[in-house]
Design a protein around this ligand. Structure first.
Ligand code: PMP
Length: 298
């Protein structure tokens, strides 16, 4: 089994040895940002998009990431090599750094940057073949005018609470609504439904993260002739869905069989199966290593 490794401010070590100080505002106030990135065949999937979102999150909270893009790309590659397995999951975190007690970040001089490499399985054979059982959480997604959901920050407490509701209800996942009662997203995934053969997902302005997998799914839908639209959705749309699919870096694609005890039309449905196949093919296509010796040599 591969060991969990961590790149911390330029050094790679076993994750158990990687520590950030208790005075780090990332820990004290959730003042920081992160990305979850999968790698397949030793190569980070959609790394450019993840790093671009990371820099956007940083800029939105006026956090200066000490490393430039090329340094982070190299750090990601070295972490994958140190992990040793061809596939896994990276957690790239940038904290505000050590500062004085009190939320004012001006005393925080140096952000801490770390990348953990580990395995991550958010899904199971059962969920893939029979579908996930989902509840609509009573915990609401934080309003965009309070904290824009496009900032992938370390503030995940409402998602944690929603996730606890799911566990308490014996469900696999929870879907959060926004303050207006529109579907926002899952606790760590975006939500899609199929109605009359059209793939629908809420606009990010309804409170969703601009998911990298969400964007991939919309790309694949267009390529595969599946009509799609961004549209506000309510619980009724979830209950009446022909299909419902959750997507995310950790989740990849998960079909949903039940929402709040209501059985959906079909699970796994034809649109899920088509997108799942297209996603796996895309991952294989994009995971071709940079240099494969003799690849073009015939
Ligand atoms: N929403 C939330 C709240 C998430 O944490 C995630 C996982 N990063 C997603 C959606 C899915 O986004 P992505 O496809 O970029 O992983």
């Amino acid at each position: 089994m591969s060991n969990v490794v961590c790149w911390l401010n330029g050094k790679i070590m076993p994750a158990q040895e990687a520590c950030v100080p208790v005075l780090d505002h990332g820990l004290l106030y959730g003042d920081g940002i992160f990305e979850g990135i999968r790698f397949y065949h030793g190569r980070a999937f959609r790394l450019a998009q993840h790093l671009s979102r990371l820099y956007r999150s940083a800029s939105a909270i006026r956090l200066m990431i000490p490393q430039d893009d090329a340094t982070l790309v190299a750090a990601v590659k070295n972490t994958i090599v140190a992990f040793g397995a061809p596939a896994g999951y990276l957690r790239l975190v940038v904290t505000r750094g050590v500062g004085k007690l009190g939320i004012d970040p001006t005393s925080c001089m140096q952000p801490n940057v770390f990348i953990i490499a580990d395995e991550l399985s958010m899904t199971s054979e059962r969920m893939l073949y029979e579908g996930a059982r989902v509840i609509v959480a009573t915990t609401r997604r934080i309003a965009p005018d309070a904290l824009d959901p496009r900032i992938k920050s370390l503030n995940y407490l409402n998602h944690v609470l929603a996730r606890m509701e799911a566990t308490h209800a014996g469900a696999d996942e929870a879907i959060l609504l926004n303050a207006q009662g529109h579907v926002a997203e899952g606790t760590a995934d975006n939500v899609f439904v199929v109605r009359d053969g059209t793939l629908l997902t809420p606009p990010v302005t309804d409170g969703a993260l601009e998911g990298i997998t969400r964007a991939v799914i919309l790309e694949l839908a267009a390529e595969n002739g599946i009509p799609w639209a961004e549209r506000s959705l309510g619980t009724y749309d979830l209950y009446m869905a022909e299909e419902c699919v959750l997507t995310g870096t950790g989740a990849e694609l998960i079909p949903v069989c039940k929402v709040d005890g209501r059985l959906l039309g079909v699970c796994p449905g034809p649109v899920f199966s088509q997108l799942q196949t297209a996603f796996r093919e895309l991952v294989e296509r994009e995971a071709v290593p940079d240099r494969m010796p003799g690849r073009n040599a015939g």
